[in-house]
Write a protein that binds this ligand. Structure first.
Ligand SMILES: [Zn+2]
Length: 158
């Protein structure tokens, strides 16, 4: 563990404690600059394998997911940070499931749900790619649902 101040590699543990979640916290002092910092040890959850529509499995690919979402958000007022957050949220939801594998549909549904809150155009773009262009009816149903939602919002406001 490098010192966050001077990047020196050696430090001495001066105290070890557990937080309420059972994570281990170690207070350290850098052997070079003598400054103090803490490190945490916590278990990292495994991300399940993704079962693709053709039945093959692949590793969850954060970058690939991010690219797909970025494309859907192109020229929309969605910040890189919001996209990053969405990907992180989807990933941690998958991890929380504690399963060895999940269907790619599970991932797509979560992205769609997240985009719906972020930006409706990005949401529709992603849904078109995800639902497939051959399923225009499903896309139209989604747009209809969105428009109904908007009309309700407007009548609630007035
Ligand atoms: Zn140091």
């Amino acid at each position: 563990m490098r010192c966050p101040y001077c990047q020196h590699r050696e430090s001495k543990v001066i105290d070890t404690s557990h937080d309420s979640q059972g994570n281990i916290r170690r207070r350290r002092v850098c052997l070079n600059c003598k400054r103090r910092f803490s490190t945490y040890e916590r278990p990292i959850l495994a991300t399940p394998l993704i079962i693709k529509q053709d039945g093959t499995r692949e590793e969850f690919d954060r970058e690939k997911l991010m690219r797909g979402i970025r494309i859907a958000c192109a020229k929309r007022p969605v910040s890189a940070e919001a996209i990053e957050r969405l990907v992180g949220k989807v990933e941690s939801e998958l991890q929380q499931m504690g399963k060895a594998e999940v269907s790619s549909r599970v991932v797509g549904d979560r992205v769609i749900a997240g985009l719906k809150e972020l930006d409706q155009i990005a949401y529709i773009r992603y849904a078109i790619v995800y639902l497939g262009l051959d399923d225009l009816r499903a896309v139209r149903d989604e747009i209809d649902r969105l428009l109904e939602g908007q009309e309700q919002d407007q009548s609630n406001q007035s």
